[in-house]
Write a protein that binds this ligand. Structure first.
Ligand SMILES: Cc1cc2nc3c(=O)[nH]c(=O)nc-3n(C[C@H](O)[C@H](O)[C@H](O)COP(=O)(O)OP(=O)(O)OC[C@H]3O[C@@H](n4cnc5c(N)ncnc54)[C@H](O)[C@@H]3O)c2cc1C
Length: 299
């Protein structure tokens, strides 16, 4: 019986493991090795680590955790999780092995829904991004495209003007933006292209042009997209968690969920999806988990 099982060893899960391991809790960390930002070349906006390769951040994190004999590892996917009537959690790995714990932290992140456009996947993380806070600085004043529709396409286009004034919103079909929104785009110098996108062309990870179905091309240096995201695991759904409109788990104070003993931290929960925030949420959840355990153990 572990005190805590942590599913997911991205910044959220590793950060929670560090705090809990140092609290002398018996911790099991399970990870399937598919971080959201695997395609990214450099991680930005994390104080003291700005520009580091994402895999390097995880390597440093794991190395530092190895000195704690309170932490066990399973490099495997958790395929099942349940809360039993005695309030203990049970998780099962792909190979059928099972582990039990008093508390469960899900830190399994999300995956970005990438449009099925030729060239998109190849350029993702190198000159196609979803977050201007993460990658806008490197592309300041460059000719940029936004890919998206409706309120999200409108919002991302307007947000980007802090980084560049040369922006074209590509809606790949009807824009689904009302007259007021279109007027705001025009007022801010943002052009809209409704034409169907055929493919993205570039070289060595660098976007060069967007080619439309009717044959003409728009030269662009990078593209920011907003086409949604999906939870990377279905564990929170199976455990009955509630989700908000964005598809992330609704959590309360210190990342607690509706189910006592179950916490969800990092991109899988709530709003701002950055590495530094995921790490902070993991630490907060760990604080709450240790407090819960202590309360249960005190005589
Ligand atoms: C292209 C790109 C660039 C980005 N750039 C930046 C940036 O510059 N700065 C920044 O702050 N943020 C950036 N982000 C966002 C950043 O990646 C996330 O905010 C961060 O990774 C969230 O951490 P997390 O621990 O919640 O999830 P993740 O890092 O996604 O980690 C989740 C972990 O859970 C594991 N997992 C999932 N399901 C299971 C399961 N069932 N069993 C076991 N393990 C499981 C996965 O394998 C993964 O290792 C970027 C994202 C992308 C896509």
């Amino acid at each position: 019986m572990y005190d805590v099982i942590i599913v997911g060893a991205g910044p959220a899960g590793l950060s929670a493991a560090l705090v809990l391991g140092r609290c002398r809790r018996r911790v099991l960390v399970c990870d399937s090795g598919r971080p959201r930002n695997a395609a990214s070349q450099a991680l930005h906006g994390y104080l003291t680590r700005d520009g580091i390769a994402p895999a390097e951040l995880l390597r440093i994190g794991r190395d530092q955790l190895r000195q704690y004999d309170t932490i066990d590892w399973q490099d495997a996917e958790v395929v099942e999780a349940e809360c039993r009537p005695d309030r203990r959690f049970r998780v099962a790995l792909t190979d059928g092995r099972e582990f039990a714990s008093r508390k469960l932290l899900i830190a399994t992140g999300v995956v970005d829904n990438l449009p099925e456009i030729d060239g998109f996947r190849e350029l993702f993380g190198r000159s196609i991004f979803h977050c201007p806070y993460c990658d806008g600085w490197e592309l300041r004043d460059e000719p940029l495209a936004v890919y998206g529709r409706g309120a999200r396409g409108l919002g991302l286009s307007l947000e980007l003007i802090g980084w560049s004034r040369d922006i074209v919103l590509c809606t790949d079909g009807p824009p689904e933006i009302d007259a007021d929104g279109r007027e705001r785009l025009a007022r801010n110098g943002i052009a809209v292209r409704e034409d169907r996108v055929d493919r993205l062309e570039g070289r060595d990870g660098r976007l060069e042009r967007i080619v439309f179905a009717r044959g003409d091309a728009l030269p662009r240096r990078a593209l920011f997209f907003t086409t949604g995201q999906t939870q990377q695991s279905r564990l929170a759904l199976r455990l009955g968690c509630e989700f908000n409109e964005k598809g992330t788990v609704r959590t309360g104070k210190y990342e607690a969920t509706h189910l006592p003993g179950l916490y969800v931290a990092g991109d899988a929960s709530r709003a701002v999806q950055w590495v530094v925030v995921a790490a902070a949420e993991g630490a907060e959840a760990a604080f709450a988990i240790n407090t819960d355990l202590l309360r249960e153990d005190l005589k």
